[in-house]
Design a protein around this ligand. Structure first.
Ligand SMILES: C[S@@+](CC[C@H](N)C(=O)[O-])C[C@H]1O[C@@H](n2cnc3c(N)ncnc32)[C@H](O)[C@@H]1O
Length: 227
């Protein structure tokens, strides 16, 4: 896939930003941003620690990002989000909690995956509660697509994992279908590493809380890159 073939990004880019959100975006973002660029970056240039490298796609308000970062201070976490109010929310959390191991890419994660990262860069890619686009004619807008899995397959190390969650059963089926059709991934076995690292077992984001209120439970899926 080439950058110009990436389908347009759907969903909101921002709603009215408050003064404090604007200040965070103008003054604090440059300290933790990985600016969009064409050409591979050296991720080591952006972190002081050297632990496993994570990419979280569509972090929303950043609750999962912050919790993961606080639990694993030596892990390096890159959050990518198109919704500016969400970026401001994560910035607020980083500042308040004195988090040093999170960097932010503002924009479409698919373009970042295509343009910015060397093959085999990531240990983990996380996608939590992605927009489900329930209408059949909108399924192409879903972030999980065979083409995106190719991007994940390139960006992950062999043995690296994609961690996914959704509260929409039909989207969980779609995720399984896409990953099972790919010869680059296998379902990851349950093992100690997962239980120890797993932020999701106790983190509930705003989207998950809404699902719980509406009586839906969350499906968690993990796939390991095998080639
Ligand atoms: C339903 S929200 C879930 C937010 C968060 N992961 C959670 O669980 O609370 C989906 C988020 O993905 C973001 N998003 C959608 N497509 C994206 C893309 N291509 N790159 C980066 N972010 C994206 C949206 O802006 C939105 O904030």
């Amino acid at each position: 896939m080439q950058a110009q073939q990436v389908p347009k990004t759907f969903g909101r880019k921002a709603v009215k930003l408050s003064k404090s959100q604007r200040e965070l975006l103008e003054q604090f973002l440059p300290q933790v941003e990985i600016p969009f660029k064409t050409g591979h970056i050296d991720t080591a240039d952006y972190f002081e620690c050297k632990g496993p490298l994570h990419l979280e796609i569509g972090f929303g308000l950043g609750e999962y990002t912050l919790e993961m970062a606080a639990r694993h201070r030596d892990h390096r976490i890159i959050g990518c989000e198109v919704f500016l109010n969400g970026v401001a929310s994560l910035l607020k959390g980083i500042k308040e909690q004195d988090i040093t191991n999170v960097r932010i890419i503002k924009g479409d994660a698919r373009i970042a995956l295509l343009e910015m990262f060397k093959p085999g860069s990531f240990d983990y890619i996380h996608v939590n509660h992605p927009d489900p686009w329930p209408k059949k004619r909108h399924h192409k807008r879903r972030i999980i697509q065979p083409e995106t899995l190719e991007l994940f397959g390139n960006a992950l190390k062999t043995g690296g994992e994609a961690w996914l969650s959704t509260d929409i059963i039909e989207y969980a089926d779609w995720m399984r279908e896409c990953f099972e059709a790919s010869d680059r991934f296998e379902m990851a076995p349950s093992e100690r590493r997962f239980v120890e690292m797993s932020a999701e077992t106790t983190i509930t984001t705003r989207f998950e809380q809404k699902a719980i209120r509406q009586g839906r439970s969350t499906t968690f899926l993990r796939y390991r890159k095998v080639r």
